[in-house]
Design a protein around this ligand. Structure first.
Ligand SMILES: Cc1cc2nc3c(=O)[nH]c(=O)nc-3n(C[C@H](O)[C@H](O)[C@H](O)COP(=O)(O)O)c2cc1C
Length: 266
């Protein structure tokens, strides 16, 4: 790799996508690494296109077989000029369907050239002690795979004479992309007896849906049901008690018990 710098760009409400990208960067042995975190609501306010430097690793979770719309809107603010990119989706051991193809399409439209792609597994946002779904992932085995992927990308960059020689990646997925459907308005709730109003949930929310008052107020219209607040709450006061989500969590936990492994396209 001539230019040894790299940029990580990610939308990662519960942090698994970021962990996977960090593993890939280790295997890449990049020098300077910049990070552009598209998770906080402030990412919506970027008034001009964000510039990335060097090889850019772009990661997003899979929601309903697609890239979450919040991430799509923020990714569209990136601008590149034939910048090589590695695209990564992270999903909760069910399926990633059209998400990788969708991410590839978005980043091409913003001027990147995808040179490698990966689908990794992360603990499902709806995983709990009673309904574990890919709990603890990415685990050390996944992160080893992420490092291997990074090393393969480095080899590819050293091997190819120029970006013009990059062949289109054979990514799974179909056009038109799967309809993600419309979800009813839902959100996690607060167990007042456990809540100490520390505000960590409001800071963790990628949608700016939580406001602190004498109690914690959640705007169901804005909530994207990502469970970032649930996972960030230090006292266990944020809980996802919506019956539909609990039903989905039970189904996922009972159905997708077989471990899926990362897939890499280099
Ligand atoms: C609304 C929603 C929809 C999801 N849809 C899928 C899905 O279609 N397939 C899947 O395997 N996991 C799905 N997941 C799980 C996430 O992809 C998974 O937990 C991922 O690791 C989250 O990434 P993050 O930690 O970077 O936020 C979904 C999660 C949420 C919140």
């Amino acid at each position: 790799m001539h230019d040894n710098s790299a940029t990580l760009v990610y939308f990662s409400p519960t942090g698994t996508t970021r962990k996977v990208l960090k593993g890939i960067i280790e295997g890449l042995q990049a020098g300077t690494v910049h990070e552009i975190d598209l998770t906080p609501p402030s990412a919506e306010g970027y008034d001009r296109a964000l510039k990335t430097e060097g090889l850019t690793l772009i990661g997003a979770p899979v929601y309903a077989g697609r890239i979450p719309d919040t991430a799509v809107q923020r990714l569209k603010r990136l601008k590149a000029d034939k910048t090589p990119a590695v695209i990564v989706v992270v999903y909760g051991n069910r399926a990633y369907e059209d998400a990788l193809l969708e991410l590839s399409t978005i980043v091409r439209e913003t001027g990147f050239i995808p040179i490698a792609a990966g689908a990794f597994i992360g603990e499902h946002s709806y995983s709990t002690m009673t309904t574990p779904i890919a709990a603890g992932r990415p685990d050390p085995q996944d992160l080893d795979q992420a490092r291997v992927f990074g090393a393969l990308i480095r080899e590819k960059l050293e091997r190819i004479p120029s970006l013009e020689d990059i062949q289109a990646l054979p990514l799974p997925g179909d056009f038109p992309f799967k309809d993600p459907g419309v979800w009813p308005e839902m959100s996690p709730t607060v167990r007042e007896d456990l809540c100490n109003r520390c505000g960590i949930c409001a800071e963790a929310c990628p949608a700016g849906a939580i406001a602190m008052d004498t109690t914690v107020l959640t705007d169901k219209k804005r909530c994207i049901d990502c469970c970032a607040c649930v996972k960030a709450c230090p006292t266990g006061a944020r809980v996802m008690e919506e019956p539909l989500i609990q039903q989905i969590a039970h189904w996922l936990s009972e159905t997708f018990t077989q471990r899926k492994e990362p897939e890499m396209f280099v």
